[in-house]
Design a protein around this ligand. Structure first.
Ligand SMILES: Cc1cc2nc3c(=O)[nH]c(=O)nc-3n(C[C@H](O)[C@H](O)[C@H](O)COP(=O)(O)OP(=O)(O)OC[C@H]3O[C@@H](n4cnc5c(N)ncnc54)[C@H](O)[C@@H]3O)c2cc1C
Length: 427
């Protein structure tokens, strides 16, 4: 009898897992109360970057020096709501210490690099298989822009670590930047154009398309929330959902920022926090960066021209999952966009602007948890923070390898779900 796998969560991670496990011959059910690709999931509203260079822990070296200022500036690039601070203090401490020294940053980069190195290609292959190849641009390059070389040098630890793990980039001066980004404010006179980076032209559409592929491969989709697991003599026999129990011999928790309660049921304690992020999307607006998305370092925003319009995304707000959105942050993103593309200001102002808030599912060390839980029939694949769109397909291959008792193609010790156990629970 075929093994029955229930994949919990149909975001970028769960959708890719559903396809990969179906390919390996499992009988798969994909469980999610929401419509795949819909705007409630982080996978809908991200910046679309398929980064090969996002190997630095999100706190970034030296961020701790800036925390007092962030607490005073509710609209800055990293904001912490004061009421939430006591709840997340332990998580925050670990978040900052993950990037405390160059050695720690390098150790994390060495773990993340294999997860990301072929992210554009794997996403492009998945999109092609799904019949939507146009949704992924696998070789656009990704451009980080700075006022000048001196500003780039302020991030020298991060960039030297990237170089040390094999990320390659070309350094561009004003004329080369203008050739690629004619509308960018000419005060940006230095750029690092990351080779091998790509982007997704419609992240929500990409996820929906992967789920349709899964269904064509025989994956059954159930629109319900997972609540618990059922075991018989220590072996998994079902996943309990709002719509009743689903028979299962294996399950994978891939529920993004909502994974923690399920993980706790099976004895796993992972410090998971929402790094809330925002975007403003201008539907149908076909201007801004050319074929290469830009990250503007002094404003900490990513700007991507998507198939569906222009998107500016960014910011980290630590305020939990339930606090209402602070839409002033979306206004700030729009202000940044107008400043970065001054010649396009009239068209941007005239366009419809749709704000969005989403939850990056973040561990403090910037590494997802991928592997077996204390209940070996239940695997976990969540906590992808800033890189879940990019790393979904590689995560899926690791999970499928574990389910078939194969050695995964990259080292996974650095993603061990139990790596936080010495530190106790959530925050
Ligand atoms: C502003 C912003 C910009 C970003 N930019 C990028 C980027 O450029 N590149 C990149 O790679 N990443 C980026 N990210 C991060 C990326 O979006 C996330 O890492 C990724 O979407 C996480 O995917 P996921 O599948 O784990 O979670 P999600 O996409 O959140 O999906 C989880 C799914 O699980 C479902 N679910 C929850 N609870 C249950 C339950 N109990 N039972 C069943 N289903 C459940 C939810 O309904 C949801 O559909 C960005 C994020 C933000 C917020």
């Amino acid at each position: 009898m075929a093994q029955r796998v229930v994949v919990i969560g149909a975001g970028a991670v769960g959708a890719a897992i559903a396809v990969e496990t179906a390919k390996r011959g499992f009988e798969v059910t994909l469980l999610d109360p929401a419509e795949p690709g819909g705007d409630k999931a982080a996978s809908f509203g991200n910046a679309g970057w398929l980064s090969v260079q996002s190997v630095i822990p999100p706190a970034e070296p030296g961020v701790w020096k800036k925390i007092p200022g962030y607490l005073l500036d509710p609209l800055g690039p990293l904001a912490i709501r004061p009421l939430h601070l006591p709840l997340i203090a332990p998580w925050l401490l670990r978040y900052m210490t993950a990037a405390w020294t160059r050695e720690r940053v390098l150790a994390i980069a060495e773990i993340l690099r294999p997860l990301l190195v072929d992210a554009p290609r794997l996403n492009a292959e998945l999109a092609a298989e799904a019949g939507t190849p146009d949704l992924v641009a696998a070789s656009s390059g990704l451009m980080h822009v700075f006022r000048d070389r001196a500003q780039f040098e302020t991030e020298k630890t991060s960039w030297s670590v990237r170089g040390a793990v094999g990320v390659e980039w070309d350094e561009l001066g004003p004329h080369e930047i203008r050739d690629l980004q004619p509308d960018l404010d000419p005060r940006y006179r230095f750029a690092a154009l990351v080779r091998g980076g790509g982007f997704c032209r419609d992240p929500g559409g990409h996820v929906a398309s992967i789920v349709r592929l899964a269904e064509r491969m025989g994956v059954r989709r159930v629109a319900a929330r997972a609540l618990d697991f059922a075991f018989s003599a220590d072996r998994l026999c079902g996943v309990v959902t709002e719509a009743g129990a689903l028979p299962a011999t294996r399950a994978v928790i891939a529920a993004g920022v909502r994974s923690d309660p399920l993980a706790r049921w099976i004895g796993l304690s992972v410090p998971l926090e929402s790094e809330r992020g925002y975007h403003v999307h201008f539907p149908g607006l076909d201007i801004g960066p050319g074929a290469t998305p830009v990250m503007v370092h002094d404003r900490k925003v990513a700007i991507t021209r998507m198939a569906t319009g222009l998107r500016v995304a960014g910011q980290v707000e630590l305020a939990g999952t339930d606090a209402p959105a602070n839409w002033k942050r979306a206004e700030v993103l729009k202000t940044h966009l107008l400043a970065v593309f001054p010649g396009l200001a009239d068209r941007i102002r005239a366009a419809e602007a749709k704000p969005w808030l989403g939850h990056r599912p973040s561990t403090p060390d910037g590494r997802p948890v991928i592997g077996r839980s204390p209940r070996p029939d239940v695997l976990v694949a969540y906590g992808h923070g800033h890189i879940g769109l990019a790393s979904g397909p590689k995560t899926a291959r690791i999970v499928a390898d574990l389910l078939t008792d194969r050695t995964p193609e990259i080292p996974i010790a650095g993603f061990a779900p139990d790596r936080f156990r010495l530190f106790g629970g959530r925050s």
